[in-house]
Design a protein around this ligand. Structure first.
Ligand code: HEC
Length: 110
């Protein structure tokens, strides 16, 4: 529960801070350079990793997704559908399949 709440807050903060930037006064301020170790910043290589990097990192880290309990394929399908339904993530049918394939291969129970 706690981690869900934190996730929601992180997500809301990200969304609201980008709005704040868009509405702020026009100042030329360069964003701070932040170097993240590669492992934290992207899903580990594998078929479909690119689709997750594209669609899933706006709101949570790869660790957050990969530290969930393993699920059978249908469970990952439900999770991806839930992200689409609840959080309005737009993902093509092809990418949904790539994402479910990746998660089933990495954290599957089948
Ligand atoms: C717009 C923000 C957003 C995007 C993009 C997003 N998620 Fe989520 N996700 C959330 C939030 C908020 C939670 C925590 C609340 C919850 O569990 O309902 C969450 C929770 C999860 C969980 C924890 C288990 C669960 O069912 O709650 C998994 C796994 C997950 N997301 C996977 C993904 C995957 C895979 C993608 C890419 C296809 C993705 N998310 C894209 C917002 C997002």
């Amino acid at each position: 529960m706690r981690s869900r709440l934190r996730n929601f807050l992180v997500c809301t903060t990200l969304l609201s801070s980008s709005t704040a930037i868009a509405q702020g006064p026009l100042e030329l301020v360069s964003p701070p350079e932040v170097e993240l170790p590669f492992g934290d910043a992207a899903f580990p290589e594998g078929n479909g990793a690119q689709a997750l990097n594209e669609h899933c990192l706006a709101c949570h880290s790869p660790d957050h997704v990969l530290n969930q309990p393993s699920l059978p394929r249908a469970g990952w399908e439900d999770t991806v559908k839930k992200m689409i339904r609840a959080y309005k993530v737009e993902i093509s049918q092809e990418d949904q399949k790539r994402i479910v394939d990746y998660l089933t291969a990495t954290k599957g129970l089948d």
